[in-house]
Design a protein around this ligand. Structure first.
Ligand code: DX5
Ligand code: ZN
Length: 219
């Protein structure tokens, strides 16, 4: 199996010291940057937009994993590609023509991700899983950092893993929300490939050490 990936979410970073926090991630054992884009419509919160992603991209030395929590994401696929984004994930619940959306993301040279809200069953991906590079299983309701992990996620990851294997898909499984050192290993054992961690990393005393600890837990 591939080595598991840690993607710190900059949503929990210090926005007044972004460069500092990005350099910390650059120097750490983390693998990707996770960027949460919220529009105040699909989710009840607004985070940051393109000018901030552009500023982040200038300093980030690891792949940018962008999670769009916005309605009608097709409008911005080209824009994110131009900003140098590596992975672009849309929400299943926001895309009536998901197949077309995924093709458009790939046509811009990015990996295509699909995020599932906690209430959305993985079985709905049955006919699209072969077109997906990354499935983000939301382990909290999207919109805010610092929420507690939903326990049903373990079963969901197992079901998704079974679906991926049955369909011969190469999709990776990413877990987003409430990840910490108490659930990290169990998630990877259930089939997760990528763990997003926001508050657990940035609100800790020593974020570099926290990332290292998480990597060791799932090694
Ligand atoms: C939630 C976001 C997450 C968030 C995770 O809507 O998608 O990426 O930053 O934060 P924590 O790890 O604090 O739950
Ligand atoms: Zn996210």
């Amino acid at each position: 199996m591939n080595k598991s990936i840690i993607a710190p979410s900059l949503l929990a970073s210090d926005f007044a010291n972004l460069q500092h926090d990005i350099e910390m991630v650059n120097q750490s054992d983390a693998d990707w940057f996770h960027l949460d884009i919220m529009d105040g419509v699909f989710v009840p919160n607004i985070s940051f937009g393109m000018p901030v992603v552009q500023a982040m991209a200038k300093h980030a030395q690891k792949p940018l994993d962008v999670h769009l929590m916005i309605v009608d994401p097709d409008r911005y696929i080209k824009t994110f590609a131009k900003l140098g984004v590596h992975h672009l994930a849309v929400h299943y619940e926001a895309c009536p023509h998901l197949h077309r959306t995924l093709q458009a993301i790939k046509a811009e040279g990015m990996k295509a991700g699909v995020a599932l809200n906690p209430h959305t069953p993985v079985s709905l991906l049955e006919d699209i899983i072969q077109d997906i590079d990354i499935v983000i299983v939301m382990s909290v309701n999207p919109g805010f950092g610092g929420q507690s992990f939903i326990e049903n996620t373990y079963q969901k990851v197992k079901d998704l893993k079974a679906l991926i294997e049955r369909k011969n898909s190469s999709a990776l499984i990413e877990i987003d929300g409430g990840v910490n050192d108490a659930n990290a290993k169990k998630l990877v054992d259930a089939g997760a490939d990528i763990l997003v961690a926001g508050s657990f990393v940035f609100k800790s005393e020593n974020p570099t050490q926290t990332i290292k600890g998480l990597k060791e837990k799932i090694a």
